[in-house]
Structure formats: C-alpha cells, structure tokens
Design a protein around this ligand. Structure first.
Ligand code: WQD
Length: 346
C-alpha cells in the first residue's frame, strides 16, 4: 500500500484527511506533538476507520526526531504537512514563536523529504495569503496582498519555500492548497473540531447554542456587504480532506503540469455571518443569542474562492451544502456534551 505521512494528524483538518486517505486505499502514519492536536482525534479516527493510525509524538522543529520517523518508515511516498500554529490573534502577539514554529518545522520536513527520497508534498496553505483580494471570486493567480498577520505571512513564506525547492529539485512535486473557511465534522460525529476556547465563528456559534458560552458577538454589521456583516467561503472539512487525497493522486499519477501548483479549496459561495447564523438556526431549530458588535481588527471584509482549477484538474467536487455543514457542526457539539456528561457520571 502507498504510505503517506500526515503531519498534524491529530488536528482538525489533519484528522479528517487521514480518514479520507484511508478510505481511498492509502496507508497512513501521523506526526503530531500534541501541542495543539489531541489524542482524542487519534482515538476518534480509530473508531471511524475500525483500525488504529500510528502517531509519532514528535516536534518537527527537532530535525533528528523527525528523521527517526523516516528511518523507521522507508516506504513513505508522500507527505501532507498540516503541523503549524494557526491562530491569527496569537500570531500578532507572538510573531517570533510563529516564525520559529511554522517555518522551522516546514524546513525540517522538506529536508527529510529530500534526504529520504519522498517526492510528493502537499502544503497546507490558506486563503489568508490573499488578504483583502481586489477581485472576487479570488483566483489562484490573484496578486497576494500584504498579509494581515504573521500567521498569514508564514503561509506566504511557506508557499515561496516550496516553490524554490521545486525549482531546483526536478524530482520533487509540491501542491499548495489554500483553504477558505473549513467547518463541520465527519458525518459520524466521532471526530470534529476540538477547541476549548475557539475564536472561529462556527464553534463559537455551536458553543453559544449549547450553553457553553452565554452569548456571542457579530464582529461588525456596517460593512459594505449585502447585510453589513463579513463574507466568507465556508467549506465542509471532509470536502477539504478529499481535495488532499486527490492532490496526492494527481502527483503520484504524474498528472501535474508543473512541479509546484496552487489550488483554492472553497465552495465558490460567499456567505455572510448573519446568513450563516440563520442557516444554523434553521438546522438546530433554536434561536441563537448573539449581539451585533464592533468590527474585529484584521478581518478581511469579503473573500470567497474561484475553485474551477481544483474541480478541473483534481476532479474535485464539494459535496456538503451550508445546512449540512451546520448540521454536522451542531451534532458534533451535542456529541461532545453527551461525552462530557458520560465521563462526569462515571
Ligand atoms: C469568520 C467571520 C469574523 C467569531 C480563519 C483563519 C484563517 C483561515 C480561515 C486557516 C469573520 C466573524 C467570528 C465571532 C464573528 N484559517 N466572527 N464572531 O477570520 O475568516 O479566518 O479561518 O487557514 O487563517 O483566521 O475565520 O471564523 O474567525 O471568522 O462575527 O465570535 O466570522 O469577524 O467575519 P476567519 P473566523
């Protein structure tokens, strides 16, 4: 079987991608130091797949520890690199920590790929590299604006590093996947987004709805958009996961036209914060307790994807609509509450 290394495999998108890879016939191992990821994800994956996925608890900033994984697994043919810190406000407060962690770990994993002959590499990038894009829907060829945070800058730098490597190493292929706003959970709700104090909109909504938070604020309602709130391209995490599997297959089958290619992973639909809240209320059947509040510094007003390239070249189609995204997010929140109550009873 084709063995793939997923770094950050105990994280939200990494964990869901492992499920899709295994369902598509790949053998998978994970590297995750659990500083942000959780063994609950690894346990959940085992329940979904009916078999364990080995996780190496390794910090990729330690080159020797990373190399040891490759020595033990000489049959790795591809890497999907998720492992990184990803909080925008945290990166603004601690830029050095973000550059050290996100760039050192990327350079080390790329060095391992070169040293151990792994030729296929998928880099977890982000729509935040576009900043406030001038033209919407945003295409992969859009000029990148000044990033609004050190986190976004580490993604821009990461893309450039991958591009430079593929320029000189004719054997090495890198697919740069720019996620828009990943949301939701696997249909089984055995895995999902694990964040105690989330900043992202959808977990804030579900935690407010289930009573973990008293209320939530809509950050800005006077923007130049159709209802005054910001526009984003929310996409189900399993659609994001499947794009990674397809990007690997695209390289392994030699279909890639260039050694380094960029793909937008979004649905192509822009949805406002208030529209998303309305969709949640329709799915959950309950009114959400939210207040209209001040704008959040650094927020992009409107961004959504042109996803034609991924659809055409990867044969990728998004399968989940907004209501299904909200349904799995809500059922995941409810499952976490039931699990917490079960643990309390025992
Ligand atoms: C979405 C909208 C908020 C919370 C993030 C990452 C980015 C990328 C995509 C990884 C905004 C509004 C939010 C709340 C609100 N991820 N909001 N009340 O900022 O688009 O981007 O996901 O690559 O790097 O930062 O996502 O979910 O934080 O915000 O009104 O309590 O929801 O203002 O308009 P964002 P988000």
């Amino acid at each position: 079987m084709k063995k793939i290394l997923v770094t950050g495999g105990c994280g939200y998108i990494g964990g869901h991608t492992i499920v899709d890879l295994v369902n598509n016939g790949f053998d998978v191992i994970s590297i995750d130091d659990l500083s942000r990821g959780s063994l609950r994800m690894n346990n959940g994956i085992e329940k979904v797949l009916g078999k364990p996925i080995k996780n190496y608890r390794v910090n990729l900033c330690n080159l020797e520890d990373a190399q040891a994984v490759f020595i033990e697994n000489p049959d790795i043919i591809g890497i999907i690199h998720f492992a990184a810190f990803k909080s925008v406000p945290e990166s603004v407060e601690q830029p050095l920590r973000y550059y050290r962690n996100n760039i050192d770990s990327l350079v080390n994993i790329l060095q391992c790929a070169k040293e151990y002959g792994v030729r296929h590499f998928v880099f977890s990038s982000s729509c935040s590299v576009y900043g406030n894009a001038k033209q919407l829907p945003v295409e992969e060829t859009a000029p990148l604006q000044e990033p609004e945070s050190p986190y976004a800058r580490t993604k821009q730098m990461g893309e450039d590093i991958c591009r430079d490597i593929t320029r000189v190493d004719r054997d090495f292929n890198a697919m740069l996947l720019r996620y828009f706003n990943p949301v939701g959970a696997h249909d089984s709700v055995l895995i999902g987004e694990l964040q105690e104090k989330p900043e992202n909109l959808v977990p804030v909504i579900t935690q407010t709805a289930i009573g973990k938070r008293k209320e939530m604020h809509v950050f800005g309602y006077d923007y130049e958009t159709r209802d005054g709130s910001c526009v984003r391209d929310y996409i189900h995490v399993m659609d994001i996961a499947n794009a990674h599997t397809r990007a690997l297959q695209y390289m392994i089958e030699g279909r890639n036209r260039e050694r380094c290619e960029v793909f937008n992973l979004g649905t192509g639909n822009g949805v406002t914060v208030l529209e998303l809240i309305k969709a949640f209320e329709e799915v959950s059947g309950q009114k959400l307790n939210y207040q209209l509040g001040d704008r959040r510094p650094g927020d992009v007003i409107e961004v959504y994807a042109n996803n034609n390239k991924a659809r055409a070249l990867l044969g990728w189609e998004t399968k989940y609509n907004l209501h299904q995204m909200m349904d799995t997010a809500w059922r995941w929140e409810q499952a976490q509450k039931a699990e917490a109550e079960r643990i309390q009873l025992n």
